[in-house]
Design a protein around this ligand. Structure first.
Ligand SMILES: [Fe+2]
Length: 135
């Protein structure tokens, strides 16, 4: 079984966003697989970069809806995104410089952050955006 599995209970009831969340889980699994099979550093670096870039794009999608519909929790939600992006960029930099060995601890951190963020913070916009016709 993969390390990070998207489940129906993580759905925010917006197809575009659910699909992006699934893709984030897939990237985390890809990093895990690359680590387990001792793939070359460059290869691992490429996947980390892809995850970082995709995360930024994904957050932009959510934030675009928040701004468009004046979502009340925008500031707090964007702050959580920023903290996570900074963290991922930090991992990416340290990895590039050889200061970081990718460990299960880091991969678990990424997975747990994602799951907790979806279940806690993302779920809060679900009904609000659904009401605006976003599904
Ligand atoms: Fe979010």
């Amino acid at each position: 079984m993969a390390l990070a599995n998207w489940r129906d209970e993580y759905s925010v009831n917006i197809l575009e966003i659910d699909n992006q969340h699934k893709k984030l889980f897939a990237y985390i699994n890809e990093i895990h697989d690359a680590m387990k099979t001792n793939r070359a550093k460059e290869e691992l670096g490429t996947i980390i970069s892809k995850l970082a870039a995709y995360t930024v794009d994904h957050f932009k999608t959510e934030e675009k809806y928040f701004e468009r519909y004046h979502y009340p929790d925008t500031a707090n939600h964007k702050y959580e995104h920023q903290v996570f992006v900074d963290k991922v960029h930090g991992f990416q930099e340290d990895f590039k410089k050889g200061k970081l060995l990718l460990s299960l601890e880091i991969i678990n951190f990424l997975r747990d952050w994602l799951i907790n963020h979806i279940k806690g913070t993302d779920k809060k916009y679900s009904a609000f955006l659904n009401e605006k016709g976003i599904r």
